[in-house]
Design a protein around this ligand. Structure first.
Ligand SMILES: Nc1ncnc2c1ncn2[C@@H]1O[C@H](COP(=O)(O)OP(=O)(O)OP(=O)(O)O)[C@@H](O)[C@H]1O
Length: 543
């Protein structure tokens, strides 16, 4: 049986046969493609149909993307940026994640407070410290925000040697206002959470500022200095922050420097912490002794500071292994110069330029601390760079008395007080607290009044009397506040014991000090013979 394919009769004219038009050629091709059979034709058909499908797919994707661009607003936030922390904290408080099937857990409180490790349902602690639920990595999560559909995706991307987290937020909206609103809500949630904390920034290996910690605010009243000192510093800083216009009108750079100097353990760092809380400013730590710091990096770090902040340079003299003084800079090749090579590479002129060069940030408060005031170059100390100099001395008797009172101040309605009240003021056991003048008066007899009674917690008046007595045992300007605090810590909650032991402790401290001064004196003499003086031995005496 033979089969014959019947071809339709040709209708082309002789002229058309000689020069077929493009349309008739295409019709011919399509007709033969569809009607011809055989493996070659099948393969050709497959490729052509596949190609057409791919083109259609791409066109569709293109239109979809263009349409998507019109319908969605997409925002990308990177881990190093503050806004990332705002959003993450805001997200972590969203109830959606508690119901989600696919989520990740976080004990990270996004810069607020300490590590959050309380599980929902645990009674202790505040809301801040609860473990958070967040969208999983590399998954897309969705939620509704102010009537808008929002899609979120978290991912980790590598950036050179680092992995960074990236959050992409897509909002189904046309108006950018919704992004502003989201940022405002996230930022205000973050501000509420940080109201009780100060934020501490440091620069990372890439020389970029990063939030590294947050600390609870420290009340200024907990810093005990001679009358009026801390109030003056606080008022000066407040006045500066309110005077931007005043500086601009007079063409004075809007910057202020504070140099806090004096013996170790006298409250220099503590007052900065406290002022940051009072002024609502974040602290940016510039470690001048870090090995990869050079003049250029320092300049960049200072110009990258935000407009209102506290820039802190602790132990400003430590940037240089030798005295921070132009006259004493050692020539290349000397031992001092070699030391400098090993540590920070900044120079004094680099530091001076960074502090008040053109790139220096306006509006910042610079706090520098040192134990070696005399070793600092005059150019570094001069007004314009360091406008306010505050000396922190070893404890006066007044400070010692105030520290004692503050240290043993009864907790507000604390458990100890509640217990004492429940027992009619007599706990029946050694509460650790004491009260002065508890003697019984017998006619014609002047009783020996005990200074301390361990039976009842002291009230404010008792503490005043005890504080007065305590300070009488402390020699003026001989012992640091840190050392005194350390002593009281060994008698935490036991003021009577602290009172009893103070005389022996002071004697011991003085003997220790005498020995150290003697040995420091010897080493000083030997260094003087070599032509250099190491003051740090003296500076560490009262730690
Ligand atoms: N004047 C003070 N009032 C209250 N506490 C103080 C005071 N001085 C020191 N302390 C306590 O001593 C400890 C050390 O204080 P701080 O770190 O502020 O001293 P410093 O002067 O910065 O020391 P260094 O020069 O070694 O850095 C802190 O715990 C602080 O609470």
């Amino acid at each position: 049986m033979s089969t014959q394919t019947e071809h339709p009769p040709s209708v082309a004219t002789a002229d058309q046969d000689a020069h077929p038009s493009p349309s008739s050629f295409a019709t011919l091709m399509i007709t033969s493609l569809l009607t011809s059979s055989g493996p070659t034709w099948d393969l050709l058909r497959f490729f052509i149909i596949g190609g057409i499908a791919e083109v259609i797919r791409r066109c569709f994707m293109f239109i979809w993307r263009r349409l998507g661009d019109q319908l969605w607003i997409s925002v990308t936030l990177e881990e190093w940026d503050d806004s990332y922390n705002w959003l993450m904290l805001w997200l972590s408080k969203k109830p959606e994640w508690t119901r989600a099937k696919d989520l990740s857990l976080s004990t990270h409180s996004f810069g607020i407070g300490a590590i959050a490790a309380l599980v929902e349902g645990e009674k202790d602690g505040n809301d801040q410290n609860k473990i958070r639920f967040l969208p999983s990595y590399d998954r897309t999560a969705s939620l509704w925000y102010r009537g808008h559909y929002v899609r979120l995706s978290r991912s980790r991307v590598s950036e050179g040697m680092w992995m960074k987290q990236v959050l992409t937020v897509k909002i189904l909206a046309r108006d950018h206002e919704i992004v502003n609103q989201l940022l405002l809500d996230a930022k205000s949630a973050w501000k509420i959470a940080k109201a009780e904390s100060i934020f501490i920034y440091a620069y990372d290996a890439r020389n970029e500022w990063r939030l590294v910690a947050s600390r609870p605010k420290r009340p200024l009243s907990s810093i005990i200095l001679d009358t009026g000192i801390k109030e003056k510093v606080l008022d000066d800083a407040k006045d500066f922050l309110d005077s931007k216009q005043w500086y601009a009108e007079r063409g004075i750079p809007f910057r202020r420097g504070y140099l806090l100097y004096g013996a170790p353990g006298t409250g220099k760092t503590s007052i900065i912490h406290s002022l940051a809380g009072e002024l609502g400013l974040d602290v940016y730590i510039i470690s001048l002794s870090r090995s990869n710091l050079d003049d250029n990096v320092l300049q960049q770090l200072i110009s990258d500071l935000p407009e209102k902040c506290i820039a802190l340079m602790e132990d400003i003299d430590a940037a240089f292994h030798h005295s921070l003084n132009r006259e004493t800079e050692k020539p290349e090749g000397t031992a001092a110069a070699e030391n400098k090579e090993e540590g920070s590479k900044i120079t004094l002129s680099g530091l001076l330029n960074a502090l008040d060069g053109v790139g220096a940030q306006e509006g910042r408060l610079l706090f520098a601390t040192t134990n070696r005031y005399e070793a600092l170059d005059h150019a570094l100390r001069r007004p314009g760079r360091m406008d306010v100099h505050v000396e922190f001395k070893l404890a006066s008797q007044y400070q010692a008395g105030e520290l004692f009172k503050r240290f043993y101040k009864p907790e507000k309605a604390g458990p100890r007080k509640a217990e004492a009240a429940a027992n009619g003021g007599e706990s029946g056991r050694d509460s650790g607290y004491c009260t002065p003048l508890q003697g019984k008066l017998v006619e014609n007899e002047v009783p020996e009044k005990p200074l301390c009674s361990r039976k009842k917690g002291p009230d404010a008046a008792d503490l005043v009397r005890l504080g007065e007595k305590f300070k009488d045992h402390i020699p003026d300007r001989e012992i640091s506040m840190a050392a005194l605090q350390g002593y009281l810590m060994t008698h935490k909650g036991r003021p009577c014991d602290a009172m009893e032991g103070v005389e022996a402790w002071v004697q011991n401290e003085m003997e220790k000090r005498e020995k150290e001064v003697k040995s420091a004196g010897e080493s000083c003499t030997s260094h003087q013979q070599e032509g250099k003086i190491h003051l740090s031995r003296f500076a560490r005496l009262f730690m």
